[in-house]
Design a protein around this ligand. Sequence first.
Ligand code: PRX
Length: 650
Amino acid sequence: MSDKKPVFKPNKEFAKNANIKNMCEYHDLQDKAMEDYEGFWGDFAKEKIDWIEPFDKVLDESKAPFVKWFDGGKLNVSSQCIDRHLDTRKNKAAIIFEGDRGDVQTITYLDLYKHVNRFANLLKEDFNVKKGDRVVIYMPMIPEAAYAMLACARIGAIHSIVFGGFSSEALRDRIEDAEAKVVITADGAFRKEKPYMLKPVVDAALTGKTPVKKVVVVQRNHEDVEWVAGRDYSYNEMIEQKSSICEPEVMDAEDPLFLLYTSGSTGKPKGVQHNSAGYILWAQMTMEWVFDVKENDTYWCTADVGWITGHTYIVYGPLAMGATTVMFEGVITFPDAGRPWSMVENHRINQFYTAPTAIRVLHKMGENEPAKYDMSSLKVLGTVGEPIDPPAWKWYYEEVGQSKCAIVDTYWQTETGGHVVSPLPGATPIKPGCATFPLPGIMAEILDPATGEKVEVGEKGYMCITKPWPAQIRGVWGDEERYVKSYFGDVKKDGKPVYFTGDGAVYDEEGYITITGRTDDVINVSGHRMGTAEVEAAIKKHDNVAEVAVVGKPHPIKGEGIFAYIVLKSDDGIADEVEEVKAINSIIKKEIGNIALCDEMVFTPGLPKTRSGKIMRRILRAIAKGEEITQDISTLEDPSIVEKIAAMVK
Ligand code: PRX
C-alpha cells in the first residue's frame, strides 16, 4: 500500500527558486481555488493570456456538462505561443530539433513566427482553409508538424493530428469523422538511419470517396512518392514564396482549437474537442508549475505530437510560456540505449519527460548508460501514461536523476488537456508510483460510485473531477450524447453528475493519490490507449473469426499487452495456428496499425458469457494472468468453458 512507500523530499536548493516552493504555497493556492473558484481562474487567465479582447465571464455552467470558460474573451493561440515573445525572446531557441541521424536544427521564436505565418498563408491562399475547417495532420516528428499545428491555430482551422503509426484505415476513419478538407503529411522521415514512408498511407486512406480536396506534402526524406495532380502539393516548393506575415484570426475563447481521436471502452475512437483559451491557459500554467521551466532552461518531452502529451507538452505548453522545447525524430534506443543521455549532455537538458515504458526499455537495454554522460543539467524528471513500477522508478531516480531530481508522476488524459494530479517538484514530498495530489484549481477526488462520497483511506474508488476546469474536453466531435454518456454518466456527487476519468484510484493515510488503472475495458499499451472494441472489430474482419474478446495482460515492458481469445468459425481452422495468427495480425495492422498487434492469441471453443450474452472479460483477464478463478461462474451460459479455456492458456 502506498503509505509504506518511502518519501523523497524536494531538493532544497531547487525548491528555493521553484515557482511553488513548499506545501504551504500549494495549500494556499488550493484554498484560494476552493474559496473563490472563479476568482482563482479569472486572475490567472488575466495574468497569463494576451487577450485581444478581455472576457466578460469566467465560467458559465448553465448548460453543464457543456461549459464555457472566459466567454466574451478573444485571443489567438498561435499569438500566445509566438508573437507575444518576439519583443523579449526573438532570438531565443523555441524549438531544438534533433533528427534521427543526429542532424540538429535550432529554430528561434522569430524563425518560428515566419515559418508559421508562411504555412498559414499557404493553407489560406492556396487551399482555401477557413476558420472552423478541419485539417488532418499525419506527420513525423519534425518541426513542420509544429508549424502545421500553429498555422492552423493562426487561421482558426481545427487540426486533428493522427499518430504516424496508425494505418490507412484508421486514418481514413478519422478523416471522415472530422470531414477534413486538407491533409498535411510528409513523404516520410528517418528511423534508425533508414527512410520510412507516410505519404503512401495517406494515398491509401484517400482512395474512393473522401472529403479531402488537397494534400500538402513536406519533403523530409526525399524518397519517391506518387503525386496526384491537382490534389498533392509540395510544401518545400511553395513555402518560400509565401509572405511571412499573416494576421492572426481573432478567435473566441471557446472556439475549437483541435480534435484528437482517442479510444473509449465501446465503439469507434472519439474526437475529443479542445477549445482555445482554457486549454492554452492550463497548458502554460502546468508547464510552469509541474516542470518549473526557467527562462534559460531546455526542456525535452519524448512523446510524439500524435498524442495529447505531444500536443500539450511539446508544442502548446512550452511555446505558450516561451520555453525552449526539444523535438526528436528518432528512436530513443538507437544507435544504443545511451541516445537520450547523449542528448541530455549535448543539449544540456534541464527537464526530461517520458513514459514508464520508455524508462523500462532504457533500463533493460542500458542500465549503466546514464553514468557515461554528463547528466548534471537535469533538474526535473517526468513520467506519464501509466503507473510507474518501483524498479523503473528507482533506476530513473538514482541513475538518471542522480538522486537529486524530483520525479513528477503526472496523471492526466487526452480529455483533461493537461496534468490534473501531479507532484510539484519544489514542494511535494514524492512517493514512488504515486501521482500525489490534485494540482491547484483541480477538484479531483476519489469517489465511491455508489454513493458519490469520498472513499476512505485504502479503499478503491473512481477518480473524478467534481468541478469543470479550463482545459477540460468540450465535446466529442459530432456526438453530444456520447460526450455526456462517456464522461458524466457514472458518478454523481450531491446528486450532480461529475466528470469520471475511467480510472480507479486510492488514497493513502496522508491523502496521496495512487492511480490503480482503468476500470473499463480500455487497455493501456506502452502508455497508449487501446479500446477493446476497436481491436475486436478489426479481428472480426477475418473471414474465419466467429467471436473474439481481447483483454489486457500485464507486460514487463509495455505495462499491458493485448491478449486475444478467438473462436473460429470452422473446426479445422486451428489446423494451422501460425498462419491464422499471422493473418489476424496483418488485419490488425491494416485496420489500426502495429501498435495494436496482439501479444498473445488463443483459439478457444467458446467464450464465457452470461445468459444474456455478455462476455465476462473479468474472467478472461484472470485466466490471461494465470490467476485462480474466484468469482461465481455458475450463472454463465456454459460454466465448463472456463476450465477449458484455462487449460488452453496454461
Ligand atoms: O489510465 C490513465 C493512464 O492513461 C490514461 C490516459 O491515456 P491518454 O488519454 O492516451 O493520455 C495519455 C497521456 C496523458 C489515463 O486514463 N495514465 C496517464 N497518466 C498516468 C496514468 N496512469 C497512471 N499514472 C499516470 N501518471
